[in-house]
Write a protein that binds this ligand. Structure first.
Ligand code: F6P
Length: 551
């Protein structure tokens, strides 16, 4: 037994689970007419309603006690103060410093990092403004019309998600493209209609060694050289964001166009840094500042609000409740704002790369489950795809629903229809439909008893399916910044409770290592035999088929 599962709060939760597991949320709402106000919180224009969860005051009490038992308030301070809480890599974790609005020094290895952060942000803004105002000129003195961000993981998902989310706030005569997949189709499709004379590349890679990114970067460089016939002017079309300045220079990027990252920013937490260059180019520096400000306000809320009123803490505790006591394996992220369509993909990396771990901070195997499978989709699309399982499947899938009160253009006919679905889904998932209700409905439709008997079981919805709703006024940079930061902190809190390091990612290494050695085996047509029979079989099939095509 671990310290966590032995703790009195964990045991109390396990016991409490058996007491409440069959209680229906209908009953909880009936018993407490003020349940919504008891279980909802606000941060600026963001309303977080968690009343449609399978919780009582006792549940929350035990969960909060759990947070105190693991010393959560002390961990929050460690995070903000830059203690090396990424213990396997001996690094501080300071994405919060990237959006700091004050001047109080933040010390890493004896040095205040704030001046450097601000200086780098200023460089990013200057470059972005030159592109936005068409002062930046390419090799033939033309302005840039297309920016291609080449990166993967955190060097892709964050900038892409935010750029898409803030499309209404962007310059629309400047196209921002994102290339991540090493599959040539991604870069080839992207470059097909672009002109090298008006294209600027951002090679975004913290390490500057990630295979996918470097192969794509090389293809981009070749495309540029092939089209223009020389590489002398490459500096005017390639920028880089990296902590490996040496490799970026060797690639051919001019020193003044290389933007720095630091080892205390994790890739999946880096959109606030120069990795956000594509975002700044799209929305401009003032709005990027608003994004940072929104995140900063969420940071302040997280750092200074008592745990029971602290949105990311409550989000995290609800996740623990379902994950560790109800045995829920997954969690759905359902934005009802089209511009948030990449938010589930972004959160998949943020959450699953952070908390998908089975070894604790002391190097031992955990005896409880950790991070959930995160999946999601635009809510409306999900309704016509996988909501069937949410409503009537055999698995418990807690869901977060995100929706705006109004849109940028706000056509009432669209928006009201959209929101009617938001409210209906959360109600339907919570209430379900009883046998009696379904019977009455079928009866009123004029079905006879035999027909009703046949159809009735299919018409019953168990309900009691938890959702939490985040309603925000509109998806502007500041609100988006806050929402992202709330999720970042939720992930951190869960990592603290599970006693895992949310900031390393050793689990991605094995696949990378094997790919490197297999790559060498794909250079010729010789059959391989050193792997298991499946891997040998797949590789040899691939080789045979390619040889047949003379490839
Ligand atoms: O493979 C995982 C990972 O290391 C992520 O954590 C990271 O965001 C991504 O690869 C990209 O890494 P880099 O920015 O160094 O290219």
């Amino acid at each position: 037994m671990s310290r966590l599962t032995e703790s009195s709060s964990w045991r109390a939760l396990a016991k409490h689970y058996h007491e409440v597991k069959d209680v229906h949320m209908r009953e909880l709402f009936d018993n407490d007419p003020n349940r919504f106000s008891h279980y909802s919180l606000e941060l600026n224009d963001i309303l977080y309603d968690y009343s449609k969860n399978r919780i009582t005051e006792t549940t929350i009490g035990h969960l909060l006690q759990l947070a105190y038992d693991v010393d959560l308030p002390a961990w929050i301070e460690k995070l903000f103060k830059g203690e090396p809480i990424n213990n396997t890599e001996h690094r501080a974790v300071l994405h919060t410093a990237l959006r700091e609005q004050g001047n109080k020094p933040i010390i890493v290895n004896g040095e205040n990092i704030l001046p450097e952060i601000k200086a780098e942000r200023e460089r990013v803004k200057q470059l972005a403004e030159k592109i936005r105002t068409r002062q930046w000129r390419g090799v033939t003195n033309q302005a840039i019309t297309d920016v291609v961000n080449i990166g993967i993981g955190g060097s892709h998902l964050g900038p892409m998600m935010v750029t898409e989310a803030l499309w209404s706030h962007s310059l629309h005569d400047l196209n921002i493209h994102f290339v991540s997949n090493i599959d040539e189709n991604h870069i080839n499709d992207t470059l097909e209609n672009l002109s090298p004379e008006t294209t600027l590349f951002i090679i975004a890679s913290k390490t500057f060694t990630t295979q996918d990114t470097m192969v794509n970067a090389e293809t981009a460089r070749q495309w540029y050289i092939n089209k223009l016939g020389n590489d002398e002017s490459i500096e005017r079309h390639f920028t880089a964001v990296t902590s490996n300045v040496k490799l970026a220079k060797e690639f051919g990027v001019a020193a003044e166009n290389i933007f720095k990252m630091w080892d205390w920013v994790g890739g999946r937490y880096s959109l606030w840094s120069a990795i956000g260059l594509a975002i700044v180019i799209a929305i401009g520096s003032e709005q990027f500042d608003e994004l940072l400000e929104g995140a900063y306000e969420a940071d302040q809320h997280f750092r200074h609000t008592p745990l029971e009123k602290n949105i990311p803490v409550i989000m995290a505790l609800l996740g623990i409740w379902y994950n560790n006591f109800f045995g829920a394996q997954s969690m759905a992220i359902l934005p009802y704002d089209q511009h948030l369509h990449r938010f589930p993909a972004y959160l998949q990396q943020a959450d699953m790369e952070s908390n998908g771990k089975y070894i604790n901070r002391q190097g031992q195997e955990v005896d409880y489950t950790t991070g959930p499978v995160i999946f999601g989709e635009i809510g409306i699309a999900g309704q016509h795809a996988f909501f069937q399982l949410l409503h009537q499947g055999t698995k418990l899938v807690p869901a977060d629903i995100l929706a705006p009160v109004y849109n940028f253009r706000c056509i009432a006919r669209h928006h009201r229809a959209l929101m009617s679905n938001v409210f209906a889904q959360t109600e339907a998932l919570m209430r379900g439909k009883t046998r009696q209700e379904a019977y009455a409905e079928l009866k009123s439709e004029g079905l006879d008893e035999k027909q009703i008997k046949q159809l009735l079981p299919y018409k019953v919805f168990p309900g009691n399916r938890p959702t939490s709703s985040l309603l925000f006024d509109t998806l502007d940079p500041k609100t988006l910044g806050s929402i992202i930061a709330l999720y970042e902190h939720k992930i951190f809190v869960q990592g603290v409770i599970w006693n895992i390091n949310s900031f390393d990612q050793w689990g991605v290494e094995l696949g990378k290592q094997l790919a490197t050695s297999i790559l060498g085996e794909l250079n010729d047509a010789e059959p391989v035999c050193l792997h298991d029979s499946s891997t040998n079989g797949l590789i040899n099939h691939y080789k045979r088929r390619r040889a047949r095509e003379n490839l």
